[in-house]
Design a protein around this ligand. Sequence first.
Ligand SMILES: [Ca+2]
Length: 192
Amino acid sequence: MDNSQKIATALSIFLAIIMLCGGSGFLGYIYRSQTGYEASYQQGYNQGKDTGYDDGYKSGYEAGLKISPEQKTSSDYAPKNPTYQEMKAFMAQDATNLNEYEPDKYVCTDFAAAVNNNADAKGIRCAIVDIFYPEGYGHTIVAFDTTDKGLIFIEPQFDQEIKLVVGQSYSQTNNFTPSPRADTVDRFLVIW
Ligand SMILES: [Ca+2]
């Protein structure tokens, strides 16, 4: 695989993630009712799922196998799981939640990515959580494996601790404004 192919596959991963979240970012609807983009999100999600993920993950997997000797091992800077209070303190000082949700521009995955990267920069281990709703929609949040209270899910758009229950509505479970479409948690992935 040459460089241009690598770039293309990397882009396809990025686009697939954006489309997954864009197609799913119902929280955007809460504040900003938009029309006309649902269908295109669905289409984009399906295309992204079919092409981006398969190619991208394969490429990423192959790239991961080729670690050059001069690269540092992850143990040199491995982030640590925080205590519950450390997690709360980090979320309080982190300003990601002040960002504005913009359909097609800054969506749930952007919030989750920002918190994840900011945590990593401070040596705090943070996971991306992909939530799968019916009909190809979904949502992205973050999680911390706290040393004293275990796995804690955080909605990074609101700095809010939330519950994830398979088979139950995300918005109803967490007392959010009801989603305009089904947001039953079919399954979720915690990605460290
Ligand atoms: Ca914050």
